[in-house]
Write a protein that binds this ligand. Structure first.
Ligand code: VGL
Ligand code: ZN
Length: 225
């Protein structure tokens, strides 16, 4: 019998797929105000990669962009857990959950794409983390590791030779997205100089880079494209 999977699709833009001559797909993760300097969960130098991302998008026929998109009562907000602090970890429904400052609340300025990002290049915009009870670091599936966002089906239909990932944050949403991509069997590359990380807990950026390499993900710079 076919495997049954839960799928949620929160897609707000989907353009017609162009003919993919170069067979490369780029996933741009969470380039939003709250993850850039001045935002609620700023990633150090997160804004520095905007011109880099704008430049590399030109060499991809298909660009998928994600937005972290949480309701105000989201499980990942420390403010929703009495007695807990930012960066504490809790277990919710059997899943480890790090607690963050309120960030990327759906429809707020903090959830908008950072200014200067060339959003006209996006073929698909996917919003994740919309369920109040589950976080979603990966663009492919929620942190229950069961509920798929639908991105796998979209990318599989393109039959790409390679999937590239860049954006914010290296040690969370970039990492989990790249790990799922390689698990789905896509040849996966992380453009590491087009990423910035939170490094919380300290050392986590180096730890995820090592884990990605071990898992067969290629860690590259944009000049290797
Ligand atoms: C992210 C922490 C919480 C990310 C999202 O985009 O990497 N990190 N929510
Ligand atoms: Zn989040």
């Amino acid at each position: 019998m076919a495997k049954i999977v839960n799928t949620i699709m929160v897609i707000i833009l989907q353009k017609e797929i162009p003919v993919m001559s170069n067979k490369k797909v780029l996933i741009v993760i969470d380039m939003q105000n709250d993850f850039c300097p001045g935002g609620n969960l700023p990633v150090k130098d997160g804004d520095e990669i905007i011109p880099v991302v704008n430049e590399i998008m030109k060499s991809f026929a298909v660009v998928v962009a994600t937005q972290d998109w949480h309701p105000q009562n989201h499980v990942s907000f420390a403010s929703n857990h009495k007695g807990k602090k930012i960066y504490d970890t809790i277990i919710h429904d059997g899943i480890d959950q790090a607690l963050w400052p309120d960030h990327c609340v759906a429809g707020t300025k903090g959830a908008d794409f950072y200014k200067g990002l060339d959003t006209d290049r996006f073929n698909l915009i996917l919003r994740k983390g919309t369920n109040p009870a589950i976080d979603s670091y990966s663009a492919f599936m929620e942190n229950d590791k069961k509920t798929e966002t639908g991105l796998h089906g979209y990318i599989k239909a393109l039959n790409p030779a390679k999937v590239f990932v860049c954006g914010l944050a290296t040690d969370y949403c970039v990492y989990y997205t790249a790990m799922d991509s390689v698990k789905y069997g896509f040849e996966t590359h992380v453009l590491i100089d087009a990423c910035r990380g939170i490094d919380e807990p300290a050392g986590s950026i180096n730890a995820v880079i090592a884990d990605m390499k071990k898992s067969g993900i290629k860690i590259e710079n944009v000049n290797e494209l």
